[in-house]
Design a protein around this ligand. Structure first.
Ligand SMILES: Cc1cc2nc3c(=O)[nH]c(=O)nc-3n(C[C@H](O)[C@H](O)[C@H](O)COP(=O)(O)O)c2cc1C
Length: 299
């Protein structure tokens, strides 16, 4: 009976994971990150007891999540903001996995900015256990700017104030910023900080700043970049998605008084079992760098 419960529990996890993404890989070689994935999956309540190594292998072999081989994981640590006159990019990252392709894009972008004289501050929302829920305690501060910011919100607002570029980074989980990043928007970009009442209506207060997004995706038509960057698979769908994201980004940026600098979206992720993984990843990184050069570095 216990065995059956375990098998069912494992199946629930498998279906949950496999159903998350529009793409699926048949058989994956997860290399040395296998241990990390096994640890994550086996700490799920449904599978903690007695799960044997054979079941773990089959769980690992079925994940549709991207996994960068350990030897290629960048683990880039940016230097943070100083009081210099240099441009400043604030990375607000919502991704629980440091070895995802999504995080690789984040590391690539942070490194490229710093190599080109832009200061980078990273707010990894999972690492800092950011509370994304706009609770009653914070509600009137967010809605009306009433009272004092909590110390957590004040710390984040100070980073936003210093930044020239606010860069939200997350994997596409159902076509919006994922919950932890959305919660950052709701709680940190409060009234009287990000926008205010005027005689002519609401006015954005974060002028001279740019909003930009880095988002890895399962499948949105086939593309790597932004509007017009479909790779010939289903360019119409790609552009429909990118235009939809642009409508939301334009509105959010305008609400806060910022410029919408666009997005880098990718759904051409290297397959985990690709024999040319390193070259595939390199080509993806180059696409992002070209995009950043155009948008931020006038190259
Ligand atoms: C909860 C969840 C929801 C998802 N929803 C979408 C979606 O709506 N559209 C899409 O293209 N991919 C979706 N995906 C797939 C992820 O975007 C994709 O696996 C991820 O971006 C791959 O990047 P990563 O593994 O580097 O994080 C979803 C994944 C999860 C876990």
């Amino acid at each position: 009976m216990k065995k059956i419960a375990l098998v069912l529990g494992t199946l629930v996890v498998l279906l949950g994971i496999a159903g998350c993404s529009a793409k699926s890989d048949d058989s994956l070689d997860l290399g040395s990150t296998e241990a990390q994935v096994t640890e994550t999956l086996t700490t799920n309540e449904q599978t903690t007891e007695d799960i044997d190594s054979e079941a773990s292998v089959s769980v690992d072999g079925t994940t549709s999540a991207s996994i960068v081989p350990e030897a290629l994981v960048q683990n880039y640590v940016p230097k943070g903001f100083t009081d210099s006159e240099r441009k400043k990019a604030l990375f607000v990252v919502g991704d629980p996995r440091k070895y995802s392709v999504n995080y690789d894009l984040v590391n690539t972008a942070m490194r490229h900015f710093e190599e080109n004289g832009v200061e980078v501050e990273l707010r990894d929302l999972y690492d800092i256990s950011f509370d994304p829920v706009l609770s009653l305690d914070n509600f009137y501060f967010a809605k009306d700017g009433a009272g004092m910011a909590s110390p957590e919100v004040k710390a984040e607002q100070d980073f936003v104030t210093q930044a020239d570029y606010i860069i939200f980074c997350y994997p596409n989980w159902h076509d919006t910023p994922n919950a932890i990043v959305k919660g950052y928007m709701e709680t940190v970009f409060s009234k009287k900080f990000a926008y205010q009442d005027t005689a002519d209506g609401l006015e954005g207060m974060l002028k001279e700043k740019s909003l930009y997004t880095i988002m890895n995706a399962g499948f949105l038509g086939g593309g790597r970049g932004y509007i017009g960057d479909g790779v010939g698979i289903d360019d119409a769908s790609w552009d429909t998605y990118m235009n939809a994201f642009k409508v939301m980004d334009d509105d959010t940026a305008k609400f806060w008084g910022m410029e919408n600098a666009g997005r880098f979206t990718n759904d051409r992720t290297p397959k985990n079992n690709s024999e040319t993984y390193e070259a595939d990843l390199d080509s993806l990184q180059k696409s992002l760098i070209e995009h950043l050069d155009r948008v931020f570095l006038n190259k």
